[in-house]
Design a protein around this ligand. Structure first.
Ligand code: SAM
Length: 282
């Protein structure tokens, strides 16, 4: 793999659909586990996601010569919601995710995460989880127990990763489980993802320059204009878009009467974001 690819490129180049068998690791850190997967599963495409450039750089140095490994800079739930086609993943790994002590609400596994597993795993597809934090483990196990869509498999061996080694060396216990998605669930994702969606703008310049602070909230969506800048190339907006418990900052530029996502972001348009932009700017 030549470098870290953007989520946009994953869709644009249809990389996802080239191989029928896919394994995803969320929060791949230094890439050690991707190397093991690549060796053990030669006929699978292995996806490694991380949000940290530092981690991805390390992972890239380990995996750059592995033909079946792709690294993507993306938040895990964002990737499952907006990039992964429905029912395509054979296995998903989440090994030693950040425990966010004192800010447990930021933990990646929540009921929405389980819905995303249901809509992206194949029938009988597997999810693997490990942590050194007992209450995170108990909480995750409870979420799966309450959901109707998975069978829990206890007694899964630990996975050999940097953090597994780190906590074992410190004398800490680690906990692992895996779950198998039951049968064929058809509650696939309802929203589309667009690659381009430039939107005509009909507001006056005065209005356009006074939109900072504007917010849109619905049950699942939060959209806010954080800052507005006027530059020689047009009006620039720094915004935040959240969908349920995933989201990210996006930059937009108004140029020649159209608003478009800034190419430097090289990002994608989730359908609810398009709806929010339409509501505000047209
Ligand atoms: C504690 S490290 C574990 C790394 C590796 N899995 C291991 O076991 O050695 C957690 C990693 O997850 C990444 N991360 C945290 N939250 C994430 C998210 N929501 N989506 C993708 N990666 C995330 C962090 O940048 C970090 O590299």
């Amino acid at each position: 793999m030549a470098g870290v690819i953007s989520p946009r490129k994953v869709i644009d180049k249809e990389i996802f659909n080239k191989n029928e068998r896919h394994i995803l690791e969320i929060g791949c850190g230094n890439g050690e586990f991707l190397v093991q997967l690549s060796e053990a599963r030669k006929d699978y495409t292995i996806w490694g996601l991380d949000i940290s450039n530092f981690a991805l750089k390390k992972a890239l140095s380990r995996t750059k010569n592995l033909k079946n490994v792709f690294l993507v800079k993306s938040e895990g739930k964002w990737f499952l919601q907006w990039i992964t086609p429905s029912f395509t993943l054979d296995e998903i790994y989440l090994l030693f995710p950040d425990p966010w002590p004192g800010r447990e609400k930021r933990r990646i596994v929540d009921t929405y995460f389980l819905e995303l597993l249901t809509s992206t795993l194949k029938p009988e597809g597997r999810f693997f989880f490990s942590t050194d934090v007992e209450d995170y483990f108990t909480n995750v196990r409870e979420l799966f127990k309450e959901s109707n869509n998975f069978n829990i498999v206890d007694g899964v061996n630990a996975f050999y990763t940097k953090y597994e080694r780190k906590w074992k060396a410190a004398g800490r216990k680690t906990y692992s489980l895996s779950v198998v998605k039951k049968g064929e669930f058809r509650d696939s994702k309802t929203y589309k993802t667009f690659l381009n969606y430039p939107q005509k703008v009909s507001l006056s310049e005065d209005t356009l320059l006074n939109l900072t602070g504007l917010e849109l909230r619905t049950k699942d969506v939060f959209f806010k204009i954080i800052k507005t800048f006027k530059s020689t190339s047009g009006i620039l907006y720094k915004t935040v878009f959240r969908f349920r418990s995933t989201g990210q900052k996006q930059l937009f530029l108004i140029k020649n009467g159209e608003i478009d996502i800034l190419p430097v972001q090289a990002e994608i348009y989730p359908e609810p974001l398009v709806e929010a932009i339409k509501l505000i700017f047209s």
